[in-house]
Structures are given as structure tokens and as C-alpha cells.
Design a protein around this ligand. Sequence first.
Ligand code: GAL
Length: 685
Amino acid sequence: MQPDPAPHAPPADPTARAAGQASFTALVAGRGLLYGGDYNPEQWPAEVWPEDVALMTAAGVNLVTVGVFSWGRLEPQPGALDLAWLDRVLDLLAEAGIAVDLATPSASAPPWLAVDHPETSAVNPDGVRMSHGSRNHFCPTSPVFREHVLRIVRVLAERYADHPALSMWHVGNEFGQVCYCDLCAEAFRGWLRQRYGTLDELNRAWGTAFWSQHHGRWSEVVPPRTAPYLHNPTQELDYRRFASDQLRDLYRVQADLLRELAPGVPVTTNFMGFFPLVDYRSWAGDLDVVADDWYADPADPRSPARAALTHDLMRSLGDGRPWALMEQATSAVNWRPHNLPRSAGTMLVDSLRAVAHGADAICYFQWRASVAGAERFHSAMLPHAGPDTDLHRSVVDQGAVLSRLRRVAGTRVDARAALVFDWQSWWAGRAPGSPSDRMDAVDQLLAAYEPLWREGIAVDVVHPGGELDGYDLVVVPGLYLVSDADAANLARVPERGGVLLVGPFSAVADPDAHVRAGRFPGPWAEVLGVSGEQHRPLPETGAQVRSDRFGDFRAVTWSELLRADGAEVLAWYADAGLAGRPAITRRLHPSGGQAWYLSTVPPSDVLARILRDCADAAGVHGPVACPPDVEAIRRGDVLFLLNHGVETRTVRLPFPATDLIGGTRTPGDLVLPAESAVALIEEDR
Ligand code: GAL
């Protein structure tokens, strides 16, 4: 028997979090929307800093993140601290009234730590230990790493807790690495013992009768390191759960210390949208302010929808509270193979989209472009060419625009539609050895989101076990894994009069990632009035589907052999071995609610018609009829209209309105030039 694992740090104390949330609210109430970016003064001589601060002030910057990668400058040799430069930087920022989001430098330890303590560096699945020389090379479990992290965190917190510039803590950076070292293996065993109690229960959950994987001793249990063929899917799923929890623990121990030494200062870290290695839902309760990094891809035509969905996820993770867009790029990034620049118009519209979807902070990576290092070709708020540039002028303009939107700061978005998403289901549904690698929950989510977004229907992104009573329309685009309790939670939607739409390959597995035996989707067959017996990925030619309601169409990727058991058949397959079998069904409930099932992937126009029907049935509508490329969303009492396209569009407004950005009053039709946005206060609404 192995010793008991060190207990994980408990979740944040609710009182401490409430204090952090209140300080963030007060910060925004005092300054209006926050605007700024990562500031890395350690890359520059001290003479540059006053110029930076002057230019920040001129650009309306009121928040900067300092110190994310400063550990090597703060502690160039073990225990030899140099903080005078940081004192000076924080003083300069405080004098200018610029708030500081001060980072703990745990994302990148100096080389001495890796050299003196090799076990602080992570090991990949092949057993190769990561070298220093880049960043994020740490092992999240290593006690030595944690000890050094907490030491430097204590130094920073004790020194700056009362500094007038300190407004927020930024713990580490983009937590997202997975380590497979022996320390992590031992911690994994501890995590499994807490989850399962006994080896017998672990063997049951992992289904180890398969391929002779039975574990007779805890010491035989290992992470899913490189192996000859497919891993045990439950082992993989548990390692993902563990790795996410382990990183969260590293966040928590830092956050706890900061909350103890600097009570009331909001604590956050930066998420990365639908990042596959961390279950942000399980982290959100530990952040006082949810913060996200969003790098729009100029080459991706779906980028505006992807951004809006990701922003809605962030707002939803924080239970609707304002969130922070912590990083984005003013123009090109350096890490795609071919880095396209962004236009000034896109940069502004993208920022305003984040505001419209609930962000109270709009920040960039980074303030001044680096001339050395791996990110020397990453755009910044102040480019290599200096302030006399189109790009910097657009940064200044953006500061002015954001300052006019004070009215939305602190307000909420009211959504009556919800999309269901769960990281653990996403992980399990993507495991190798599935019927198809083309059924990705995030793709399904985006496909279902786009039509609602185009209609201006506000959407929250919720957990299957979340509170659903406020939603008239609940869409489950793809939920491979679901617990009985969460399935029952969703089944209540049509039973209480709401509209539920369930997409293909859903409720297939239980939380152990075991396939639920019997006709699928097991826990929903009754509420949907339909059940199936076979998942049938489609050949490239797809399947013909006939429908009087939606028109005939060709479905792609996926089909299912179904039987209606009380549901109406709204569309049926005509070929692909399924002739006459249901493709889309709807069950009307006595409550007036509806339960729809979609067993395939229809073209986007058909999916849009399906979702419009569902939204109509739920009585959920957007604020105005939107022409193509125009997005409408109301936050608080401000109606944002964003034209992300390259053509001028006209929007018919139901009420005369005044634009907070341009200061102009619009009596009726509103002409929205390409790549532009308005923030309207409607009269008589
Ligand atoms: C983020 C990171 C920043 C910077 C940026 C470049 O992922 O947090 O430090 O590297 O990417 O786009």
C-alpha cells in the first residue's frame, strides 16, 4: 500500500472570492472599461519605461499585466533577489494612475531551477524530460518546484500587497501542460485512490478485464505513457481529469497565498477558450474574474462566430459576471505557419464583440513589441516602428472608443437560450478507437451556435448539470458522456415546457466512459420518443435525407439507425442503408415543451432552419433582423451591432437610437460601414 497522497488544496473560500469580485467591480466602476495589455519592461532599459507610461496614458491604457515572465530578472541566481526595477516600474505606473495586474512568474522558471533540480522539469509521454530554454517546462507536481514558486509568490505579495498600483493578481500564465514523470504518476495514484477508494473499484471503472489490464497493486498503475497501441480509454480520461486538477492545484496554492497576504485583491489566471487540456468549468470557481486569451485567426472566415461562442463560454463560466479579455493580438501573431495581419477595423470590431459579450477588460499581448526572443515578430500595441504608425494610432483610437462605453461596464447579457458543453464529455468523445474521429463536440457546438448567433439570439454555454430553469431553449449539440443525474436535469427542459434539441452521438457513455448498453440515447430515449441501435458513420458521399418541413438535403459524416417511439418524424433517410428510417424527430410534450433529436450532420442552412423552428417554439428571438455579417447583441441597455464583413450593411431599427461610440442619433435605418460597430441606446424601448 502506498502512503496517502498529499491532499489537494481545497477550493477558494467563498468570502475571499466575494471580496476579490467586489474589488474588480469597484476597479471597473472607478475607471470604466479596462484597456491595456501585457507589459514586459524587463526586456527594455529603464530609460524606456517613462516613455512607455506616457504613451500608455495617451492611448487610454488603464490596466497592464506585469511580470508574467520576470522570474529570471527577479531572482537571477537562487535566493539573490532583485526587485528594485519592479519597484520603479510599479511606481511609474501608479503615478500615472495605471492599474497593475501583477503576475506570479510560475510559467517560466529560470534555468538555475532546472539545472539544480531537474525533477522540476516536465516529462513527456515518451519519457523525455523537457529542457529549459523555452517556457512552461515545469512539472506541476514537483514539491521542489512548488516550494520555489511559493517562495517567490510570497516575496511579491509581501512587498506589493499595499502598493497603490496593485489591482489584480495574474497567477502563472495559460496553465496547460501535462507531465508524465514519476512524481506525477504517484500523484495520479493518489488522485485515483481518492476517486475510487479501492483497486477493485478502479479495475471495475477502467474495465481492466479487457486486454489483461487488471491491476493487482497500486504501483502498477501508470499515466498513459507511450504504449504500442490504443490506451485504456478510462485511464486516458482519468489522466486528463487528473492533469487538469493537478494544474488547478498549482494555481490554488498560489491563489491561497495571495489571498492570505493581500486580502481583497482579485485573483485570476488566463484561460485559452476551448482549450483541450484543462476543464475550465472545474476551475472557474477559483477565479475571482474569469479571464481569457483569444487570438482571432484572420484566415478563418468563421472567426467572428468562434470568438462570440468563446466569449459566451467565458461569461457563462463566471455565472454571467463580467470577464476579462486578457490577451489578443493587435495584428499578426508569430506562431501560425503564415501570419496574416489584421485590419484596424477588425481589431476594433473584435474588441467590441468581447465587450458586447460581457467583457469589462480589453487587453492585448503585448504593449511594446519585443526585438529579441521567440516573439520578436508578434504584433503589439506599440510596434517596432514606434508610435508614428497606423497600428499605434488605431490602438489610441480604440482607447477613446472604449472610454465612451463606460455605461456597459458591470452590466450583464440576458440569455434565454443555452448550449450545453462539458469538457469531460469532449475528452471522452475524442478518445481514439471511436466510430469516427470526425465527431468533435466543439465543432458540433459551433455549428449549432452559428445560426443562433446570426439571428442575434443571446446564448449561455452551460454544463449539463447546471441550473437550466431560466432557459426556454436548450441545445445539446453533442454530449457523448453524461451522468444519469445530468441527463435527468436536461430531460426536465421539455417536461416543464421548454424546447430541448439533442444532437447525434449523445448520451453514449457514462462517467466511467463505458458505453451504456441498450438502445441509445439511453437516458433520453423516453423524453425524446426515439431510440437507436447503431451508429453509422457515412461514406464521403453522405446520405440523402427527405423532409417536407426542411426540404431534402444530403447529410454528411454520421447517421444512426433509429426507431420513433412516440416522436414525430420530421426528416427521414432515403439511402445509406437507412431508407425510411428517422433522421430528425420531435416529441411534443403535454407541458407544451418539445424534445427534438437530430441523428446526423445536416448542411448549415438546414441546421439553421431547424434551430429557427426550435427558437420560434421557445419564443426566443434576437433584438433586430440582422443582414449578413452583422451581429446583434444586447448587453445591459446597450444594443451592439457589429459588421464584421467587408460590405456596408443596413439594419432596420425598431426604435430611434443614439450611438454611444459616434455620438450620432439614428431615427430609422442604420447604415453600418464594413468593419464597424455601433453601441446603441434605444429610445422608447
Ligand atoms: C499567449 C501567451 C503570451 C504570448 C502570446 C503570443 O499564449 O500567454 O505570453 O506568448 O500567446 O500570442
